[in-house]
Design a protein around this ligand. Structure first.
Ligand code: SF4
Length: 440
């Protein structure tokens, strides 16, 4: 049997550790000379408003620079770093530029001639991925000769893990990303994500686990300093090993199970050769699912606060990034608004398919999709729709006020600034080192 090689390396030193991961995995052996290389880091979120915790959320600039140097050593001159950070306003150019600058990519440009692009400003091309799926991919990635995929080693509340395959969603245009969160019972998010590797040029994946993220993918997860690098020229093998290191068998990660089935590969790593460190000595369980009550009607932390008269149903796979990024702020707003007096039997629905529970007095519908899914629903006594895509903060606040829940508008107006509050958690912990996100 032809076994794919996956290297697990303990991160110890700048450059030396990444070089070791590349060499042990033979990951750049298929790199054509004079190749046009596309590097895809993970910059899932960014804000100019306040410094926020990047550990376990964003690919470290340390690993990105080390990879650029290794490519340059192999005579590669045409290197593009491309990312499609989630932006609230599609025409916002400044946030991505700010991210690239703060992360030190400007230095990479000057020192090594690297080009940095926000995929939102570049052309897309529709690609038929088979089995009824066509999505719009960034053309720079499609036209490259070689892809270097550098996600963070993290969990994801919807897809269990977010590694090399899931990281590719960031080169799709917004419409296609929304399409991935389909309401189709079989062609769901996991099915769609599993199709993404079908168009890749030859690639090398390095999972950046210097910091790992439990309850990821965002900065509100539990971040750990884990010092792990995982490298392979086979994206599925890298992800299957990455999942194991986070505590999940590939059969427990639906999109990995889909890809394995499509490639007729086993999910038990029997066709993978792990070199370097052993999985058993490096693995540590990372919870992926935000804890909810048994009936999934309220996050556990709200139940513990004693909140009554509100049902905030657990997110499903159909809610896309733009609506789900609102959830954290809404939950924060609700928790702060609680003063001990039960609210008036209010239910909140999100995503594309949830149906109202009969008997509730008010139903807040967040986003145009869920408004549509519950149009004329006879079980709704009073609908409080928030119709936009993504819904506006002002309308969300008005909907809660109308339903008797006095959320503080300033939390919503300063949504990005609240991200900065999370940084306090890491004060006085030297292992959370901001210099991993600088290039000097
Ligand atoms: S309304 Fe929300 S769930 Fe629907 S497409 Fe827009 S962002 Fe996605």
């Amino acid at each position: 049997m032809n076994r794919s090689i996956v290297a697990i390396v303990r991160y110890e030193k700048p450059f030396i550790s990444v070089r070791k991961a590349v060499e042990l995995s033979s990951g750049l052996d298929r790199l054509p000379s004079k190749a046009k290389v596309f590097i895809k880091p993970n910059i899932v979120f960014w804000t100019k408003e306040a410094p926020f915790p990047k550990w376990g959320v964003i690919t470290t600039s340390r690993v990105v620079e080390d990879m650029v140097v290794l490519l340059k050593e192999r005579g590669i001159d045409d290197i593009t770093i491309g990312e499609g950070t989630v932006l609230r306003h599609p025409k916002d150019r400044e946030t991505s530029e700010h991210a690239f600058e703060i992360l030190g990519y400007g230095v990479l440009k000057k020192r090594y001639g690297v080009r940095c692009i926000s995929v939102h400003e570049r052309p897309f091309e529709k690609v038929d991925l088979g089995q009824g799926v066509a999505l719009d991919f960034n053309t720079d990635m499609l036209r490259s000769d070689f892809l270097v995929d550098i996600p963070v080693l993290k969990t994801h509340v919807q897809t269990v893990v977010s590694l090399g395959i899931k990281n590719l969603k960031g080169v799709l245009n917004i419409r296609s990303r929304q399409k991935c969160h389909s309401a189709h019972p079989e062609m769901d998010l996991n099915y769609m994500v599993a199709r993404l590797p079908n168009v890749l040029p030859p690639c090398f994946v390095i999972l950046d686990g210097i910091y790992t993220n439990e309850l990821g993918p965002g900065f509100d997860g539990n971040i750990r300093r884990s010092n792990i690098l995982v490298a392979s020229s086979d994206i599925l093998s890298a992800d299957m090993v990455g999942a194991r290191l986070l505590g999940y068998k590939s059969s427990e990660v639906p999109h990995l199970a889909h890809v394995a089935r499509d490639c007729e590969r086993p999910t038990d790593l029997s066709d993978v050769e792990v070199v370097g460190e052993k999985i058993e000595t490096m693995e540590s369980f990372h919870e992926y699912s935000f804890p909810y009550t048994e009936d999934e009607s309220l996050p556990v932390f709200m139940e513990r606060k004693g909140i009554q008269g509100l049902s905030y149903r657990k997110y499903d796979l159909t809610i896309c990034t733009y609506c789900s990024s609102l959830t954290r702020v809404i939950l924060m707003g609700i928790a702060k608004a609680w003063n001990g007096a039960p609210w008036d039997d209010v239910e909140v629905l999100t995503g594309k398919v949830m149906q109202a529970t009969p008997g509730k007095k008010k139903t807040i519908l967040i986003g145009k999709c869920i408004c549509r899914a519950n149009k004329n629903n006879p079980d709704i006594r009073e609908a409080v729709p928030v119709k936009g895509c993504p819904p506006s903060m002002r309308q969300v606040v008005e909907a809660f006020h109308r339903s008797g829940i006095p959320v503080d508008p300033s939390i919503f107006e300063n949504k990005d600034r609240t991200a900065g509050l999370y940084i306090k958690k890491y004060e006085g912990k030297p292992e959370f080192d901001e210099s991993f996100f600088r290039i000097i």
